[in-house]
Design a protein around this ligand. Structure first.
Ligand code: UTP
Ligand code: MN
Length: 571
C-alpha cells in the first residue's frame, strides 16, 4: 500500500506533537519549548526538547530527533506504516491509497468555486426565501442599510437541513467538495446536511475577494451566537481578517488601521464612514495577522471592549506586537466603556466622536508600563525595582533599535534605574539562544532560513560553491523552500532522506537566533550571503593568482582574474 505524500503532510499538519509526546512522556514548558528527560537514553537532567512551532523533537544529549511519525516509530517501535495508521486514528483521518485518485477535495481552485456558489446561494435566499423576512427585519433593527448589506454580500441560510444540499449538492462529487469546504456536515450515521441553518450569513473574503469561509449569526438568543466555517485548506482563522476586501480601496488612504473583535463591528463602522476597521475572527491576534496588518499600515489601533475578556485579548495582542516594534510602526490600544463595542458606540455617538477616541488611544509603551505598574507602588524603591524586573522579559522581545532605546530611556526617567542595571543577562547555560554564538556564517544562514522559510522566496538563491556540508545543505534547503512550502520544520526535514542531513538540520532548527523580526532577519541574511559570496570570490582570486605564478592561465581564467581584481579594488 502506498500512501500519498499529501496525506502524510496533512496528517502532520493535523497532529500536535506536544499532545502526542505528552501522552508518553511528561513534558514541562520552558520558554517556547517543552522539556523532558530523554526517553531514548538514561539521564537525570532534561535535555529532550519538543518544539510546538517546529513540530519536532530533539535531544541535546543523544541527538535523536524527528517529527510526530518519527517519534511513534522510535518510541513505540513501529514501522512507518503502523505509525501513520496510529496517527491517522488519533486525528480521525482515513488513509487514502494512491490509486483512489487525487481526491478533488484537495483541489483548492475547486473549493473556491463551491464557496463562491454558496455565497451566491445565501445571498439569493436573503432576497427570495419565504422565511427571509425575519433576517431582513433583524438587519434593519441593527441599523444596517441595504447598501451595506450588499457591499458585505450578506446572506441568509434557510432554516432547513437540506437547503444548500439540494441547491448545490447534486452529485456525490459536489457533496464531497461541499463537505471539504465546510458547508455540509456528515454525521456518525453517515447523514449529510447543511452546516448553516436559519442564520444571517457573513461571507469572509481574502484580500483578492475570494470567499474563503462564512460566519453565521442567529437572530434570537440561541447558542452559539455565531457559527463559523471550520478550518479548510483555504480558510485558517489565525490568518484571516474580516473586512480586508470590503475596505480594500479605503485602506491605502487611511492614517491608521483599526482592529476590532466582531463581524458586526466592521460592518457598523463601515456604514458610519470608518472604512479602515478589520476584525480577527473570534481568535486571538496572531503574528500572521500582525504581518498582514502592518502591510496595510504602520499605524495600528487595537480596539477592545472594556470588559475583562477585552483586557485579556488586548494584553495578548500586545505580546504578539512586541517583536514588530522596530521604530517604524506605531501600535496603540483603545479601550471602550463597559458594555459597549465599536458597533454600539458608533451608532450612539457617530463617526467624529469615535475617531476622537481613536486619536486619544493609548500608545503601546504606555499600556505596557501601566499594565505592569498597576499592582505596584512606584513611589517606593522596591516598586520601581519590581517594575524593571517584570518588564525585562517583554523588553527582550523588542528588537534592538530606536524604539527600544527610547522606551528604556523613558523607563530610566520614571524609575531612576539605568540601562546598565537592568540589561544584565542571566548566566550562560546551554539554552537554544546561547547556542547561537559560535555559529559559522553558513550555519547562521541555515538557522535563519529554518525560522523564516518564506525568506527563501524573497532573497535570491546564493548558489554557494559546495565546499562544506553546510554550504551544500544551504543550497539544498534553498531549493526545497523555493519549490515546496512546508508548513513547519517537522514537515521540512522529511525532504532529506539521509539521517545525517536530517540530524544536522534538526539541530539548527532548535537554535534560537537573537533577532526577533522578520525584516531584520531578511537584512541579516542578505548581509550573510553577500559576505559568503565575497569570500568565495576571494578564494577563487587566491587560486588564480597562485596558479598564474606557476603556469599560463587560459583566456577565460585571465578574464575572470581581471574581473575579480577589478572588483576587489573597488570594494
Ligand atoms: P461579539 O460577541 O463581540 O460579536 O464576538 P459581534 O460581532 O459584536 O456580534 P453582535 O454585535 O452580537 O451581533 C466577536 C466575534 O467573535 C466571534 C465572531 O467572529 C464575532 O464577530 N464569535 C463570537 C464566534 O465565532 N462565535 C460566537 O458564538 C461568538
Ligand atoms: Mn456587537
Amino acid at each position: 500500500m502506498k500512501i500519498p505524500q499529501s496525506f502524510i503532510d496533512q496528517l502532520l499538519q493535523r497532529t500536535d506533537i506536544i499532545d502526542l509526546i505528552s501522552t508518553y512522556v511528561p513534558l514541562k514548558q520552558k520558554g517556547n519549548n517543552y522539556l523532558a528527560c530523554c526517553p531514548f537514553h538514561g539521564e537525570k537532567t532534561p535535555s529532550f526538547s519538543v518544539s510546538p512551532t517546529k513540530q519536532f523533537y530533539y535531544c541535546f544529549g543523544c541527538g535523536v530527533n524527528g517529527n510526530a511519525i518519527g517519534f511513534l516509530m522510535a518510541h513505540e517501535h513501529l514501522e512507518f506504516l503502523e505509525a501513520v495508521q496510529e496517527l491517522s486514528k488519533r486525528c480521525g483521518l482515513e488513509i487514502p491509497t494512491e490509486n483512489a485518485g487525487a481526491a478533488p477535495s484537495q483541489n483548492t481552485p475547486l473549493l473556491y468555486e463551491y464557496l463562491s456558489s454558496a455565497q451566491h446561494f445565501f445571498q439569493q435566499q436573503l432576497k427570495q426565501h419565504p422565511k427571509a423576512s425575519q433576517a431582513i427585519e433583524y438587519l434593519k433593527k441593527r441599523g444596517l442599510s441595504g447598501e451595506t448589506a450588499k457591499i458585505f454580500s450578506l446572506g441568509f441560510s434557510p432554516p432547513e437541513w437540506d437547503g444548500l444540499y439540494n441547491a448545490l449538492g447534486k452529485t456525490a462529487a459536489d457533496r464531497t467538495a461541499l463537505q471539504n469546504a465546510g458547508l455540509l456536515i456528515k454525521n456518525e450515521q453517515g447523514r449529510v446536511y447543511d452546516r448553516f441553518r436559519g442564520r444571517i450569513i457573513f461571507p469572509i473574503r481574502d484580500h483578492r475577494g475570494r470567499v474563503i469561509g462564512f460566519g453565521g449569526r442567529v437572530m434570537d438568543n440561541e447558542e452559539p451566537k455565531y457559527l463559523n466555517s471550520p478550518e479548510t485548506p483555504v480558510f485558517q482563522k489565525g490568518q484571516a481578517l474580516y473586512g480586508l476586501y470590503e475596505n480594500k480601496s479605503y485602506l491605502p488612504n487611511a492614517s491608521y488601521v483599526l482592529i476590532v473583535e466582531g463581524y458586526m463591528d466592521v460592518i457598523g463602522l463601515f456604514q458610519h464612514g470608518i472604512r479602515y476597521a478589520l476584525a480577527t475572527l473570534g481568535t486571538a491576534t496572531t503574528p500572521h495577522h500582525l504581518r498582514i496588518l502592518l502591510r496595510q499600515s504602520h499605524h495600528l489601533i487595537f480596539c477592545f471592549d472594556g470588559d475583562r475578556a477585552g483586557q485579556e485579548a488586548a494584553w495578548r495582542a500586545l505580546k504578539v506586537s512586541l517583536p514588530y516594534l522596530d521604530g517604524s510602526s506605531d501600535i496603540r490600544f483603545l479601550f471602550l466603556p463597559e458594555d459597549e463595542d465599536p458597533d454600539s458606540l458608533i451608532q450612539k455617538e457617530g463617526q467624529a466622536a469615535f475617531e476622537q477616541r481613536c486619536q486619544n488611544s493609548q500608545p503601546l509603551s504606555n499600556y505596557l508600563i501601566e499594565h505592569i505598574a498597576q499592582h505596584l507602588n512606584l513611589s517606593t524603591l522596591e516598586g520601581k525595582a519590581k517594575l524593571m524586573a517584570e518588564l525585562q522579559p517583554y523588553l527582550t522581545l523588542i528588537p534592538e533599535g530606536p524604539y527600544l532605546s527610547l522606551l528604556k530611556a523613558e523607563l530610566e526617567k520614571r524609575t531612576g534605574i539605568s540601562e546598565a542595571h537592568h540589561s544584565r543577562r542571566t548566566p550562560a547555560e546551554t539554552t537554544p539562544q546561547s547556542l547561537w554564538t559560535g555559529l559559522s556564517l553558513e550555519e547562521q544562514a541555515l538557522v535563519h532560513l529554518l525560522h523564516y522559510p518564506a525568506l527563501a522566496l524573497e532573497i535570491p538563491h546564493p548558489r554557494l560553491t559546495e565546499s562544506s556540508q553546510n554550504a551544500r545543505l544551504l543550497n539544498q534547503l534553498y531549493t526545497v523552500l523555493q519549490t515546496t512550502k512546508p508548513a513547519h520544520a517537522g514537515l521540512l526535514l522529511q525532504q532529506w532522506s539521509d539521517a545525517d542531513s536530517q540530524q544536522q538540520l534538526a539541530y539548527f532548527s532548535t537554535i534560537e537566533h537573537p533577532t526577533h523580526q522578520e525584516g531584520n532577519v531578511a537584512l541579516e541574511l542578505t548581509g550573510i550571503f553577500k559576505t559568503l559570496h565575497e569570500r568565495e570570490q576571494l578564494s577563487i582570486l587566491d587560486l588564480l593568482l597562485e596558479k598564474a605564478v606557476h603556469t599560463e592561465l587560459t583566456v577565460e581564467e585571465k578574464q575572470q582574474l581581471n574581473q575579480l581584481l577589478q572588483k576587489n579594488r573597488k570594494s
